[in-house]
Write a protein that binds this ligand. Structure first.
Ligand code: HEC
Length: 306
C-alpha cells in the first residue's frame, strides 16, 4: 500500500489554494445539483422489510470480506500466555499478532530506513487502522456474550441483522468483568459475577452506593435510542428497539470491546473504528481544578486491570 504524500506546509499561498479548491468544489457540486453534506439522507424511501432483506442477504459476503482481511493482517490463533490471567482466570494471549509482509523479518524491518519500507511497500498492514466490520455502513456492534446476557436480563436485543462482531473471544476481556470500587476497595469484586443491568443494579448496590450514586448508575444503565437501535425503520435491529445504554459497551464500568466509528470526523471514509476503552480509573484521570470536579457516580478502581 502506498503511503500518502506529505501534506504541503501551511502558508498564505497554501491556504488561499485550499480556499479556492473548496470554492471550486462547491461550484462543481452545485453544477451537478448536489451540495456536499455532513448528513446521511433521512427520508427513507425503502420499506423496512426490503432494507432488512437486502442487508441480511449481503451479510455473509460482508463478514467474509472482513474476516479475510483480519486473517491476512493478524495471527488470531488462541495462544494463552503461561502464568498470566485476568482477575477471574481468563488467560491473556501471548506473542506478536501482526503478520509480517512476505520475505522479511522484524529484524530486517528494524534495520531499514522509513523510506525504504515505504518504497518497497513493506509496512505491516496490521499496524494500519482497523476497519469496522462494514466500514461504509458503520454503527455500534456488540460481542455475542453481551447480546445474549442483555437479552436474558432485559429482553432488549442488540443483534444487528446486517453484521456480526468480529474479534475472537480469546482477545476480549473476561465477561462479565469484576467491579472494584475506589470508594470501598475492601469489598473486593462487588459484581457477584453478574452483568450489572437495570434489572439487578438496585439489588447489587443498595447499601453500598449512596442514593445519588445509585441514580447516576441507573442513568448509565438506561437505554437511549441511537442510529442502529431505535424505534423507527432506520435501524439495524430486527424489532424496534428502546436503544443502547452506556454500560452495554462499558460493561460493569469496564469494556467488552464493542466497536463503532468515531463521531467527530467527516467525510465517512476518514472515520476510524473505535473500540470501547475501560472506564476503570476514569475518576482519577480528571485534570480539572479540585473545586471544579464532577461528582462521578461510579469510580471503579484503577487497580482493576484485566
Ligand atoms: C457503542 C459503545 C459505547 C457506548 C454505548 C458508550 N461508549 Fe463511551 N466510549 C466508547 C468508545 C469507543 C470510546 C473511545 C472514544 C474514542 O476513542 O474516541 C468511549 C469513551 C468513553 C469515555 C472516555 C474514556 C477515556 O478513558 O478517555 C468515557 C468517560 C465514556 N466513554 C463514557 C460513556 C458514557 C457515560 C456513555 C453513555 C452515555 C457511553 N460512554 C456510551 C464506546 C461507547
Amino acid at each position: 500500500m502506498k503511503l500518502q504524500r506529505r501534506v504541503p506546509r501551511w502558508s498564505v499561498i497554501g491556504s488561499l489554494g485550499a480556499a479556492a479548491m473548496v470554492l471550486l468544489g462547491m461550484v462543481f457540486a452545485q453544477e451537478s445539483g448536489k451540495l456536499p453534506s455532513s448528513y446521511a439522507p433521512v427520508n427513507l424511501n425503502e420499506d423496512f422489510a426490503a432494507v432488512m432483506g437486502r442487508m441480511k442477504a449481503a451479510k455473509p459476503d460482508v463478514m467474509k470480506r472482513h474476516l479475510d482481511l483480519l486473517n491476512e493482517r493478524y495471527d488470531l490463533s488462541n495462544r494463552p500466555a503461561a502464568g498470566m490471567a485476568m482477575s477471574r482466570s481468563k488467560p491473556v494471549q501471548e506473542g506478536v499478532r501482526v503478520k509480517l509482509p512476505k520475505g522479511v523479518t522484524w529484524e530486517q524491518l528494524a534495520a531499514m530506513a522509513p523510506e525504504e519500507i515505504r518504497d518497497r511497500t513493506l509496512f505491516p498492514a496490521g499496524f494500519l487502522p482497523l476497519p469496522h466490520p462494514n466500514h461504509a455502513e458503520g454503527g455500534m456492534v456488540f460481542p455475542q456474550p453481551t447480546i445474549d446476557e442483555v437479552k436474558k436480563l432485559e429482553g432488549r436485543d442488540l443483534t444487528r441483522f446486517d453484521l456480526d462482531f468480529d474479534t475472537p473471544d480469546q482477545f476480549l476481556p473476561e465477561f462479565p468483568p469484576p467491579i472494584y470500587l475506589t470508594i470501598q476497595p475492601d469489598l473486593g469484586d462487588v459484581s457477584q459475577g453478574k452483568l450489572v443491568k437495570l434489572t439487578n443494579y438496585y439489588q447489587l448496590f443498595n447499601g453500598i452506593l449512596n442514593p445519588k450514586q445509585l441514580e447516576g448508575l441507573r442513568l448509565l444503565l438506561t437505554a437511549f435510542p441511537q442510529q442502529q437501535f431505535n424505534a423507527t425503520e432506520d435501524r439495524r435491529s430486527e424489532r424496534p428497539s428502546t436503544g443502547v445504554a452506556c454500560f452495554d459497551c462499558h460493561v460493569n464500568g469496564h469494556t467488552n470491546k464493542a466497536a463503532h466509528l468515531v463521531g467527530d470526523i467527516r467525510p465517512q471514509e476518514f472515520r476510524h473504528r473505535i473500540n470501547t476503552p475501560t472506564l476503570r480509573g476514569e475518576g482519577k484521570q480528571r485534570a480539572e481544578a479540585p473545586s471544579n470536579r464532577k461528582v462521578s457516580a461510579f469510580q471503579p478502581s484503577q487497580l482493576a486491570e484485566g
